[in-house]
Ligand binder design. Structure first.
Ligand SMILES: C[S@@+](CC[C@H](N)C(=O)[O-])C[C@H]1O[C@@H](n2cnc3c(N)ncnc32)[C@H](O)[C@@H]1O
Length: 230
């Protein structure tokens, strides 16, 4: 493990919300209703495709792992070394309770910020980062996180986020404007749609090449997974 470098630390307001209650709610969220189960199924499918495009990496860091939703998928490849980390200690506790015991034993689980990953340089083949980047509105913070991904991954990164150019993003942007107009003082945006062209430039600025991308539902959904190569 590397020594934490406090100069790298970025503290996001949203990161503090994953306390015990929220972590437990998150664990059941994706199986609560038929539409959420369908959505989880589709997300897992495109996540599997992204790992395939990344060359079915032999070692993967799931960051943030949340409640361990993607661990069974990551374990589909025999002999894959799996690391899973999250900023929230409570989330890590939920992984231990909610996931299959044999699976958890196979995973190296640890607390870490995505801005200051507690692993040495080039220590995994792939960083697999689902549902974190859309919380990061400031391009400087995204650059810091991508720099850390570049340092720790030896080869590829699979990263999901919200992009523009689809129906859901248009609706979301309207909703944010409305919320801001209703109560500008209390308005506190913690999820962001990013322009596709802009994020692709940010990936390249961080030193990555773009291998490809997978849309959850092209032209309709704003979720996209990018596969990046060092
Ligand atoms: C929306 S959940 C996504 C979890 C998982 N990837 C999934 O899709 O089920 C966001 C997660 O990001 C974690 N998180 C928040 N800030 C973080 C940070 N700076 N570094 C690493 N993880 C963070 C939270 O604790 C939470 O588990």
């Amino acid at each position: 493990m590397s020594n934490p470098d406090t100069s790298k630390s970025v503290e996001l307001e949203f990161s503090k919300k994953y306390n015990r209650d929220h972590a437990q709610q998150y664990a059941s969220k994706h199986s609560e209703t038929l539409s959420r189960r369908l959505s989880n199924w589709r997300e897992q499918r495109i996540a599997r495709s992204s790992l395939k495009l990344a060359g079915n990496p032999k070692s993967v860091l799931d960051l943030p792992c949340g409640a361990g939703r993607f661990l069974p998928l990551l374990a589909e490849q025999p002999n894959r070394k799996i690391y899973a980390a999250d900023y929230s200690e409570d989330m890590l506790e939920v992984v231990k309770q909610a996931c299959d015991e044999a699976l958890v034993q196979h995973v190296e689980l640890f607390q870490s910020s995505a801005f200051d990953i507690q692993l040495p340089d080039n220590s995994v083949d792939c960083i697999f980062s689902m549902r974190l980047m859309h919380h990061i509105g400031n391009p400087e913070n995204r650059a810091q996180m991508l720099k850390e991904f570049y340092r720790v991954s030896a080869d590829t990164v699979c990263v999901s986020l919200w992009v523009d150019g689809n129906r859901q993003a248009k609706r979301r942007q309207k909703l944010e404007k409305k919320r801001q107009a209703i109560d500008p003082d209390k308005y506190n945006q913690n999820r962001f749609v990013i322009r596709g062209e802009q994020i692709e430039q940010e990936f390249m600025d961080a030193g990555f090449n773009l291998l490809g991308s997978f849309d959850f539902l092209p032209y309709i959904s704003m979720w996209r997974i990018y596969v990046l190569k060092k």
